[in-house]
Design a protein around this ligand. Structure first.
Ligand SMILES: NC(=O)c1ccc[n+]([C@@H]2O[C@H](COP(=O)([O-])OP(=O)(O)OC[C@H]3O[C@@H](n4cnc5c(N)ncnc54)[C@H](O)[C@@H]3O)[C@@H](O)[C@H]2O)c1
Length: 254
C-alpha cells in the first residue's frame, strides 16, 4: 500500500523537492499550489501519476475546504501533511504596505492553519487505522533570530512555531505528530527573487553558516524524511533548526 501525502507550495523550492523525493519513494502526493503554471512545470518534473497537482489559493477558505474535500473523496486516509506554501515580503515595519503585511500573515499563518484544519480529519483517519500520521510545518530561523526588514515574515514564522506546539499537544492523543522545521537561507526562488540588493534595501540571505554554504532544498527534505520515519515516532511539538549552525554564534564580517 502506498503512503499518501499532501504538500502545499508543491510547485516550487522546498515543497517541490519534497514532492519529488516522496513520489520517488513510492508516496502518492497531492501537490497544492496557487500557481497553476508552476504546478504544470512541477508535473513535468515529476512525470508520475502519483503526483496529483491541486491548484488552490490558500488565502481562500472556501477553496481550501473544497480542495481537501476532493482529496478526501479519493483518499480518506492521509499519512503526511507538509505545509511549505509561504511568501516573503520585505520592508521596514514603519514603511511596509498594508497589502504586503496582510499577504504575509494571510498565506503563512491563516492559510497554513486552514490547511491543517481541513486536513486533520484525513490524518486522524490514518492514525485511527493504526497508520502513520505526521504533520510538518515550515517555520524559519527568522522566528528564532529575527532580522530587520523582515518584521512581518518573522512574526508570521513565530506564529507558525506556536501553532506547531499547540497543534502537537492538541492532536497527540489522536496519534497525529506535529513538528516544524526552521531553516536558515535555502537556495530557492523565494530567495533568488529577493536577494538582489538593488531591488530591496540592503537585505541579504540571513547570516552566514559556519558550514560555508547556504542550504539546498534537499538539506531540508532529508530532515523531513526523518520526521516521516519510524525513527521520529516519539518526536512531536518541536521546531527543529536546519540552518547549518547559522544561529549558533554571531560571525562578524571580515
Ligand atoms: N527559502 C528559504 O530560505 C526559507 C528559509 C526558511 C523558511 N522557508 C519557508 O519554507 C517554505 C517554502 O519556501 P521556498 O523557499 O520553497 O519558497 P518558494 O517561493 O520557492 O515556494 C513557495 C510556494 O508557495 C506557493 N504559494 C504562495 N502563496 C500561496 C498561496 N496563497 N496559496 C498556495 N500556494 C502559495 C508559491 O506559489 C510557491 O510555489 C515557506 O514557508 C518559507 O517561508 C524558506
Amino acid at each position: 500500500m502506498s503512503l499518501k501525502g499532501i504538500i502545499t507550495g508543491a510547485a516550487s523550492g522546498i515543497g517541490l523537492a519534497a514532492a519529488q523525493e516522496l513520489v520517488d519513494k513510492g508516496w502518492i502526493i497531492y501537490g497544492i499550489d496557487a500557481s497553476e503554471t508552476a504546478l504544470s512545470r512541477a508535473s513535468d518534473l515529476i512525470p508520475s501519476p502519483n503526483f496529483r497537482p491541486m491548484p488552490c489559493d490558500l488565502r481562500d477558505a472556501e477553496a481550501v475546504a473544497q480542495v481537501m474535500k476532493t482529496i478526501q473523496k479519493e483518499d480518506p486516509l492521509i499519512h503526511g501533511l507538509i505545509c511549505s506554501a509561504g511568501v516573503l515580503k520585505l520592508g521596514r515595519l514603519a514603511d511596509m504596505s498594508v497589502e504586503d503585511f496582510d499577504l504575509v500573515l494571510n498565506v503563512n499563518v491563516r492559510g497554513l492553519w486552514l490547511t491543517c484544519r481541513n486536513a486533520i480529519p484525513m490524518l486522524r483517519a490514518a492514525a485511527k487505522a493504526g497508520e502513520m500520521s505526521r504533520v510538518i510545518l515550515m517555520s524559519s530561523i527568522s522566528a528564532i533570530r529575527p532580522k530587520i526588514e523582515s518584521g512581518a515574515y518573522s512574526a508570521s514564522k513565530a506564529a507558525v512555531s506556536q501553532l506547531t506546539q499547540i497543534l502537537a499537544a492538541e492532536c497527540a492523543s489522536e496519534g497525529i505528530l506535529v513538528n516544524a522545521l526552521a531553516p536558515g537561507t535555502v537556495d530557492t526562488p523565494m530567495i533568488t527573487g529577493q536577494s538582489d540588493p538593488s531591488k530591496q534595501g540592503n537585505w541579504r540571505p540571513s547570516g552566514s553558516s559556519p558550514l560555508g554554504r547556504i542550504a539546498k532544498p534537499h538539506d531540508i527534505v532529508r530532515v523531513m524524511r526523518f520526521l516521516l520515519s519510524e525513527d521520529a515516532s516519539y518526536v512531536t511539538g518541536t521546531v527543529i533548526p536546519v540552518d547549518g549552525g547559522t544561529r549558533a554564534a554571531f560571525i562578524p564580517p571580515k
